[in-house]
Design a protein around this ligand. Structure first.
Ligand SMILES: [Ca+2]
Length: 393
C-alpha cells in the first residue's frame, strides 16, 4: 500500500514536470515559460520578445494628405513584418501649424507573431506645403533658334558657349502656388480670381495671383521658416512694415541656404523644356496646346485649378499658361547681359528694376506660352495673371 502511494506520488511529480502550466500575472507578464517537454503553443502573453526594429525615417508628407496616403511599403526591417500608422485616418498637416517636422505613432507588426510582440514607436514626419520635383543639373541652350516661329529677339542665344547654359540640380514646384497654400502661409489671399471657379474645379486650388515680386519673395521666406528650413532672402526696409502688398524692400539672397526661393530664369526654362528644343515642351503644333495649357483660346478668361492639363516629362504642370510665374532675375533684353553662362541669375542691377516672368497665362495667346518666351513686369506690379512657382536647392 505504502509502495503504491509512493508510486502514485512519483507519477504526479513526473506529470507536473512534463506539463507546466502557462499563465499570466495581473500585468500580463509571464509567470511560467512554455513547457519544454510538450513544446506546445504558449499563451498570448507568454515567451515573446520585442523585435529589434529599425524605424522608418525621412518620411515626408504634403499638407492636406492623410497618413494613409503615405506609403510605407518601401520600409523594411531585419525581422520580417510590416509598418503601419497607429491612427491611419488622422490628418497630417491640415493647417499651417502642422507644417514642419512632427511625430506620429507607428506600429510594427512582425510576420511571426508567435515569437515577436507587435510594438509601437513614435517617428517623425516632415510636412511640406507643396510637392517639389527634383530636377537634375545639366546644360541646355537657353532661348530659341532664329528659325522659331513667332519668336522675339530677346530670346537670342548667348554669344558665349554657343548659347549653352549650365544649371545645377535643384527642385521645382510641381504646380503653381495655390490660393489655399498662399493663404495658409501668409493669412492673406490677394487673388483677383477669388470666387466663381469653373464648375468642377476647387476654388482654393486655383493659383494665387496679384502678388508683387516682393510678396513672392517674402512668401518663400515665411514658408522656409514654417518648415524649419533656412530662409534664402534677407529682406530689409520692407514697405509697408506689415501687411500687403509689399511695394519696396532691399532683398539680399544667400544661394547656399536650403529654403524656398523663386526659380532663376535659367532654371525656369531648363525645367520647362525638360530636354526639348521645340516651341512648347510637347512639340511644335499650336493646336495641341489646349491639352497642356490654359490660355486665351480655352481659359474662358479666368485661372483654373492647378494640375488639370498634361504636364511635361518631368511632371511639372501649367508651365505653359494659367498664370505667369515670377523669376528671381532682373530683366535684361539680351542674354549677353544676363549673368554669364554658369547658373546665371539675371542682369546686374539695383532694386526696382523689372523682373522676369515666364510661361504665359490665361489671357494671352499661344506664342506667349512658348518655352523661350520672355516677359517682364514691374517689381511692384500685381496682375490677376501673375503668380508664383517655388524652387529650392
Ligand atoms: Ca504657369
Amino acid at each position: 500500500m505504502k509502495n503504491s502511494i509512493k508510486l502514485f506520488g512519483i507519477i504526479i511529480f513526473i506529470m507536473l514536470i512534463g506539463f507546466t502550466i502557462t499563465a499570466c500575472d495581473d500585468n500580463g507578464n509571464d509567470k511560467i515559460t512554455i513547457c519544454e517537454v510538450c513544446e506546445k503553443e504558449p499563451c498570448e502573453c507568454n515567451n515573446k520578445t520585442d523585435p529589434t526594429v529599425t524605424w522608418p525615417s525621412g518620411i515626408t508628407a504634403i499638407m492636406g494628405q492623410t497618413l494613409s496616403d503615405i506609403s510605407l511599403a518601401s520600409f523594411t526591417n531585419t525581422i520580417p513584418g510590416v509598418f503601419s500608422w497607429v491612427t491611419p485616418t488622422a490628418n497630417v498637416g491640415s493647417n499651417v501649424n502642422q507644417l514642419g517636422t512632427r511625430s506620429h505613432n507607428m506600429r510594427f507588426t512582425p510576420t511571426d507573431t508567435s515569437v515577436y510582440n507587435t510594438v509601437t514607436n513614435s517617428v517623425n514626419i516632415t510636412v511640406r506645403l507643396a510637392e517639389m520635383v527634383p530636377i537634375q543639373g545639366g546644360f541646355f541652350r537657353m532661348g530659341s533658334p532664329s528659325t522659331e516661329i513667332d519668336r522675339f529677339n530677346n530670346e537670342n542665344y548667348r554669344t558665349a558657349n554657343n548659347g549653352f547654359v549650365t544649371v545645377n540640380g535643384f527642385s521645382m514646384g510641381k504646380y503653381e502656388v495655390t490660393q489655399e497654400q498662399y493663404q495658409a502661409v501668409t493669412g492673406n489671399n490677394p487673388s483677383h480670381h477669388f470666387s466663381n471657379p469653373t464648375p468642377g474645379e476647387v476654388q482654393g486650388k486655383r493659383p494665387v495671383e496679384r502678388v508683387t515680386w516682393y510678396d513672392a519673395i517674402e512668401f518663400c521666406n515665411k514658408l522656409s521658416v514654417l518648415e524649419g528650413l533656412e530662409p534664402v532672402y534677407t529682406i530689409i526696409d520692407r514697405t509697408p512694415a506689415t501687411g500687403y502688398p509689399i511695394t519696396n524692400a532691399t532683398v539680399l539672397p544667400d544661394w547656399s541656404k536650403n529654403g524656398y526661393r523663386l526659380p532663376t530664369e535659367a532654371e525656369w526654362e531648363y525645367a520647362c523644356r525638360a530636354g526639348t528644343t521645340t516651341r512648347w515642351y510637347f512639340g511644335e503644333h499650336e493646336y495641341e496646346l489646349i491639352n497642356y495649357a490654359w490660355f486665351s483660346i480655352n481659359s474662358n478668361e479666368r485661372t483654373h485649378q492647378i494640375g488639370l492639363k498634361q504636364p511635361n516629362s518631368l511632371g511639372l504642370y501649367d508651365m505653359h499658361g494659367n498664370v505667369w510665374e515670377w523669376c528671381w532675375d532682373s530683366y535684361a533684353a539680351s542674354y549677353n547681359n544676363a549673368g554669364g553662362s554658369d547658373n546665371p541669375r539675371g542682369a546686374v542691377s539695383g532694386d526696382g528694376f523689372d523682373r522676369v516672368i515666364r510661361g504665359g497665362d490665361w489671357s494671352h495667346q499661344a506664342l506667349f506660352a512658348r518655352s523661350a518666351y520672355r516677359s517682364h513686369a514691374g517689381i511692384n506690379y500685381r496682375g490677376g495673371n501673375l503668380g508664383i512657382r517655388l524652387a529650392r536647392n
